[in-house]
Design a protein around this ligand. Structure first.
Ligand code: ZN
Length: 543
């Protein structure tokens, strides 16, 4: 799919579908031009009351006289960011059936911002996963999306489109990694994907094997991996877009490519969804794809600990005590609380980078889903400013997180009679005590933890990976890059709500401008090859 921004008269632009925004029942300037060319047909339709005012509602008109496009799609949109996104997604979905080119003239917003959101929506709404189906979906689908803008906005919109394509293709890579079955998306596949990203964007990559991490003393990580016949991988991917010597932001991802629970075996129903237990790693790796495509002027490292959690004769048993890389001993009371056992060693490893900040991302606890449901990510931080920064990034990106408490009292629940700490703290506040566990290994730097157990995938009929929190992480890094460029401390964003707006604006321009080329041609198809090779080709790879 090709996405471009273009200055053209909407009524004269040839396309399969011309989508026009209708805000609070009123046609915008572009829609009025089309209405005039069509002899008042659009305003007549609005008078009939066929278009619901709810954002994303639409009416499709065929062969409108006086208009070059084959179809005109009127789409309701409100004034909030979310309403705009909903409307853009609805337009893409409605136009996908028609195939060919979708042209959009959506108004009332900053041109670069709107173009970026439309590009992201185009990737999101046209995503499909057929890598492991014998019959591919061969419907033509959308070939091209053209964002129609005024001449004065053309350059800004092109920058927005390029940023949106970079983010949209990264989100889809995240979805591909999550959706790939666990016999394809193995630790080796994650490592290969990281290698491909390194090659494509000129990053450094290092993949440590079991012997390497044993030598480093990662007894806790190895204890999780040892029941599986799939080799573990410890992946370090480095984007050095900032100044030499600038402290990096380190993203740490939990990459359990299948979580059976181990000896503390999970119930069988819904266990297939445990393939998504690598989405911390998946979203971190996908974010690095966006960072590379945007050429962010910032040092960003990704650290991923990846393995399977399986029951076996040599698997960890409840009651086992293991020694972590930083020397603390842990009593494994439940082998299904394995995420923290691999993350703790990855967090200790991150110390060597003297990071500016570390953000770990993990589908960590069912308790987080009980606390917050599927709408927002659970956020914990040992530094108030970092927490606020991430909340603001989530607000701006439409990928929200909610900060949870991490008071000292909770630490009491991790006491063990036989080790320095236990790997679970009982049912009360299970998401909090998981974060408290991690905090013991993150004392040497500013650290935040995102529990994405509720937001990384959907169950039911729409079962699949969401690509979250790639938008949040990318926005966080773009804001950091913009802050570094403007030599303003990123932390001075004060209350989250108020900060959300300025952060986006400040970011969209400088960060993106330095970055990406105006026209973005991106292949969205998942490139996984089902049958042949055990380690599928990296999905959603740019070609
Ligand atoms: Zn588990």
């Amino acid at each position: 799919m090709e996405i471009i921004a273009k200055a053209a008269s909407p009524e004269k632009h040839k396309a399969a579908v011309l989508a026009l925004s209708v805000t609070e029942g009123k046609l915008g300037a572009a829609a009025q031009l089309v209405d005039k060319a069509a002899g008042g047909h659009l305003s007549a339709i609005l008078k009939l009351g066929d278009l619901d005012a709810k954002s994303g509602s639409s009416v499709l008109l065929h062969k409108v006289a006086g208009v070059a496009a084959e179809r005109v799609l009127l789409v309701s949109t409100g004034k909030t960011d979310k309403e705009f996104r909903d409307a853009a997604r609805a337009a893409v979905r409605a136009a996908t059936a028609a195939g060919g080119e979708l042209a959009l003239a959506f108004e009332g917003r900053d041109a670069a911002w709107a173009a970026e959101e439309i590009a992201v929506a185009a990737f999101d709404a046209s995503y499909k996963f057929d890598a492991t189906k014998s019959k591919k979906d061969d419907k033509p689908g959308l070939k091209k999306v053209t964002v129609l803008v005024a001449k004065a906005d053309e350059a800004a919109a092109a920058v927005g489109v390029a940023a949106g394509a970079a983010l949209g293709s990264a989100i889809n890579l995240g979805k591909d990694l999550g959706n790939l079955p666990p016999n394809f998306c193995t630790p080796t596949h994650l490592a290969n994907t990281a290698k491909d990203i390194a090659k494509q964007f000129g990053m450094k990559v290092e993949v440590l094997e079991r012997a390497d991490v044993e030598k480093l003393g990662m007894g806790s990580f190895v204890s999780v991996a040892k029941g599986s016949t799939e080799p573990l991988k410890f992946i370090v991917l480095k984007h050095e877009g900032g100044k030499k010597g600038d402290k990096p932001v380190v993203l740490v991802g939990k990459g359990i490519t299948f979580d059976s629970g181990g000896i503390s075996l999970k119930p069988g129903e819904g266990m297939d969804e445990m393939k998504y237990d690598m989405m911390g790693a998946g979203s971190v790796i996908a974010t690095m794809h966006a960072v590379g495509a945007m050429k962010l002027p910032l040092n960003v490292y990704a650290v991923v600990a990846s393995c399977e959690n399986m029951p076996a004769g040599n698997a960890s048993k409840p009651g086992d005590v293991v020694t972590t890389m930083n020397g603390l001993t842990v009593e494994i009371l439940n082998t299904d609380a394995e995420g923290r056992l691999i993350l703790c060693d990855a967090l200790t490893y991150a110390e060597r980078f003297e990071p500016a900040a570390v953000v770990d991302v993990a589908t960590l606890t069912g308790a987080c889903v009980i606390a917050l449901g599927h709408h927002v990510t659970g956020l914990y931080a040992n530094k108030e400013e970092l927490g606020r920064e991430l909340v603001a990034a989530g607000e701006a990106a439409g990928d929200r997180a909610w900060q949870m408490p991490m008071f000292d009292e909770y630490q009491e629940q991790l006491k063990s009679n036989f080790a320095d700490l236990a790997n679970i703290g009982g049912r009360p506040g299970g998401s909090v005590t998981a974060a408290c566990f991690l905090s013991r290994f993150a004392k040497k730097y500013d650290w935040a933890h995102l529990d994405i157990a509720g937001t990384a995938w959907k169950s039911g009929a729409a079962k699949g990976a969401t690509g979250r929190p790639v938008p949040l992480l990318t926005q966080f890094l773009r804001a950091r890059a913009a802050a570094v460029a403007g030599s303003k401390p990123a932390a001075k964003v004060a209350p989250a709500k108020a900060a959300a707006k300025p952060v986006t604006k400040a970011v969209a321009k400088p960060a993106a401008k330095a970055a990406v080329k105006p026209v973005a041609k991106v292949e969205t198809k998942a490139a996984a090859k089902p049958a042949a090779k055990p380690a599928a080709k990296p999905a959603g790879k740019k070609k």
